[in-house]
Write a protein of this length. Structure first.
Length: 687
């Protein structure tokens, strides 16, 4: 018991060191007090509902978990309608529930795809039904044989002119739709990607609204074989019934093809979209949402580990932050070890950067959709490439970060009760779905290759975030350019940091362009030979925009256009600047080879960079608990014995272990059957 109260005391003491206003910081992160209030209100709505209680989750098997997921889905839909919640509130509900539910693809993909690719009449027909959950939809693109390569999907939609219908057919066994969230049990409809065939001619993949199950009795329609694909890795997505479906010459009306951009008339005439990439809007949305989700995930993981590491004590080693003066005789708080700080604090900074990136990416998406609605496609290619690069990078660092947070917490980190195990299992597939993180990087690389060409011919047309390609136009001076840092404090200049990232991006983009040109251009080169470089440049670009957007968001907070927009006090801004510096410089340090291989950094600069990072890490120490408190994740959401806000880690871990069903019996199941015969094999023993 004495230990327990010390845990609480440790966290409380750490909080007293915070030298900025936590409310201010929370307002900065979520875009103002009204948003913070609304998020709290929504999380509370969920926390009050018994169906969303998480206590028995670790003991549910796949079948029970899916049933729970279905019950949770139904309640989620009811709450949305009862409270007339908008999409952002819905996303917050999903955040609060903290699990992937069968209904999510209905709101996350089915509705957005119809909204962005359906004609006005189709939107009018399907969306009201979908919004009232009179139909439940999913998004069926991936097949057993193909996912990434959309052009090789094998499901066909063949136009039958006599009856004015499409015949949907899984032409081979590998054409079965696979992995589809919501398809396994609950959906009544699916938007299906299938190859459009008219009079034997293949027009490529298009989207069709396909009824799957009867609205009367929920039985699959004749001609469709549908089911659940089974349990998933690490016990993740266990409440989601990812499904399969095979279509056997299944007929749907012609009007069920989504026709905002491509069209097929009654007499079978195909009209192609005015721009090949017009249908990318819903993809950009899903990727933008993922970036914000990663901010929420990583900030939760760092909250849990920061709080636990503040109360965990090991050894009696002196550190610069020894608390022997206030806690004589106690072991060292592990958060005081520079090695621990060096692993943890850059991830806190990264979480803040992810919040900024999530906001800007969403603004870019909204700008894109506004443009598209008036026929303006100017920003389409850039926004699409940026969302691809960021999706790949942000989901990669969030998944790696969650695992690092587990390791930071030592043995207890491996307990389910950290709240991290379940979260990790939910995050990792984000590296694969919505575009495999490696394949996706080819999008940004292709885009940059075009930008390099544009820079050479019409430099004024280069788009805002790839302006760095202009740096390399004059090869001679670019090759000899060197980082301007002379004193250690120069690293803290945001303009110097941005110049460093821009230099790397310009070099990598130009090198990729040269390699493709040397191989005879895009038409002749073996593109897959360049994919390692694609990954490098795409992640380099993502890091550049993340650093840029974090810097810009702090500048905006410092100089708001109106007093109402003032969301951060000078003290909060001072610590944000430190975080931004740490984020930028730690990212450089992690990729140091990229900055040295062309001698842009000197050996002395590398050393001073490391030294500056070390100083910055140490400078966060007193603020760490306040910084994670500012993420404003309530205990219900964290669902963590180790990371609860009161710091009572050992007591909570003990209490949680007592809920283990095995502990309900003094003598374990299986004793009579297995253990007793083993113990008695050589006769009775008296000791
Ligand atoms: C949890 C989860 C939920 C999902 N939900 C849905 C859903 O609701 N609807 C839906 O339609 N789909 C869904 N999917 C499927 C998902 O979108 C695909 O699995 C994903 O896009 C990856 O495609 P793939 O499986 O074809 O991978 P593959 O492309 O087969 O990848 C296999 C490996 O090959 C590599 N690779 C492939 N092509 C290249 C290349 N050109 N160059 C270099 N390397 C390459 C990849 O990096 C990877 O390592 C889901 C998947 C998961 C895991």
């Amino acid at each position: 018991m004495a230990q327990t109260s010390q845990n609480k005391k440790d966290l409380a003491q750490a909080r007293t060191k915070t030298n900025f206003d936590i409310t201010d910081m929370t307002n900065y992160l979520y875009g103002g007090p009204a948003n913070v209030e609304q998020r709290r209100y929504i999380i509370d709505l969920i926390a009050r509902e018994p169906i969303f209680n998480k206590d028995d989750w670790p003991w549910l098997n796949h079948t029970d978990a899916v049933k729970r997921g279905i019950a949770m889905s139904a309640r989620l839909a009811e709450i949305k309608m009862e409270h007339e919640l908008n999409d952002l509130d819905f996303a917050t509900m999903v955040e609060a529930i903290d699990d992937t539910l069968p209904i999510l693809l209905h709101n996350g993909a089915f509705i957005p795809v119809i909204n962005s690719q359906g004609s006005d009449e189709q939107i009018e027909k399907w969306i009201p039904l979908a919004e009232k959950y009179q139909i439940i939809g999913c998004y069926a693109q991936t097949e057993l044989g193909h996912g990434s390569n959309l052009s090789q999907l094998e499901t066909t939609a063949t136009f039958v002119q006599e009856t004015d219908e499409w015949e949907i057919n899984s032409t081979t066994f590998t054409a079965a739709k696979w992995w589809i969230g919501g398809l396994g049990a609950i959906c009544t409809h699916a938007v299906v990607q299938a190859k459009l065939i008219i009079a034997g001619k293949d027009y490529g993949a298009h989207v069709f609204v396909v009824p799957i199950r009867s609205l009367d009795n929920h039985k699959p329609f004749p001609g469709i074989q549908v089911g659940d694909i089974g349990p998933k890795a690490y016990g993740g997505f266990n409440k989601m019934e990812n499904g399969f479906a095979r279509f056997n010459k299944y007929r749907i009306p012609r009007e069920n093809m989504l026709m905002r951009f491509s069209k097929v008339s009654r007499d079978g005439v195909y009209t192609k979209p005015p721009h090949a990439k017009l249908s990318y809007g819903s993809m950009v949305l899903l990727r933008s949402v993922l970036i914000r989700q990663m901010a929420l995930y990583l900030s939760r993981a760092t909250t849990i580990s920061t709080r636990y590491l503040t109360v965990r004590r090991q050894f009696n080693n002196p550190t610069k932050r020894n608390d022997a003066d206030i806690n004589p005789g106690l072991e060292t708080q592990v958060i005081n070890y520079p090695m621990v700080q060096n692993r943890l604090f850059p991830m806190i900074a990264q979480s803040y950067a992810l919040f900024a990136a999530g906001s800007v990416m969403m603004e870019m998406y909204i700008g894109l959709m506004t443009g598209l609605s008036s026929g303006n496609i100017d920003t389409l290619a850039e926004v699409h490439a940026t969302s691809s690069a960021l999706k790949s990078y942000c989901t990669t660092i969030a998944a790696a970060g969650a695992e690092e947070c587990r390791k930071l917490m030592g043995g207890h980190g491996y307990s389910y009760f950290t709240g991290l195990a379940h979260m990790f299992a939910s995050i990792v597939p984000s590296n694969t779905y919505e575009g495999d993180n490696y394949v996706l990087t080819q999008q940004m690389a292709r885009y940059l290759l075009k930008e390099v060409k544009t820079a050479r011919i019409t430099p004024y047309k280069v788009t805002p975030y790839s302006k760095y390609v202009l740096l390399a136009l004059n090869r001679d001076s670019f090759t000899h350019s060197r980082c301007s840092v002379t004193r250690i404090e120069d690293w803290l200049n945001p303009d110097v940091q941005l110049a460093v990232f821009e230099h790397r991006c310009a070099r990598l983009a130009t090198e990729l362009s040269d390699a493709v040109d040397a191989a005879g251009g895009m038409e002749s080169t073996t593109w897959s030979d360049h994919n390692i470089e694609c990954y490098r440049i795409s992640h380099a670009h993502a890091q550049y925009v993340m650093v840029l957007w974090f810097i810009q968001s702090i500048r905006d907070a410092r100089n708001p256009e109106t007093e109402e927009e003032r969301r951060a006090s000078p003290e909060a801004i001072a610590i944000l600047e430190r975080l931004s510096n740490l984020h930028a410089l730690h990212t450089i340090q992690t990729n140091l080879a990229d900055f040295t291989e062309d001698a842009y950094f000197s050996p002395a600069q590398c050393q001073s960079l490391r030294s500056q990072v070390k100083t910055l890490v140490a400078s966060i120490a007193d603020q760490a608990v306040g910084l994670v408190d500012a993420f404003d994740h309530p205990d219900f959401l964290l669902a963590s014995a180790l990371g609860a806000s009161d710091g009572d880690a050992y007591q909570r871990l003990w209490d949680k272990a007592q809920t283990e069903p095995l502990n309900r019996r003094e003598v374990c199941d299986g004793y009579e059957e297995y253990i007793r015969p083993l113990l008695k094999k050589h006769g009775e023993l008296k000791l």
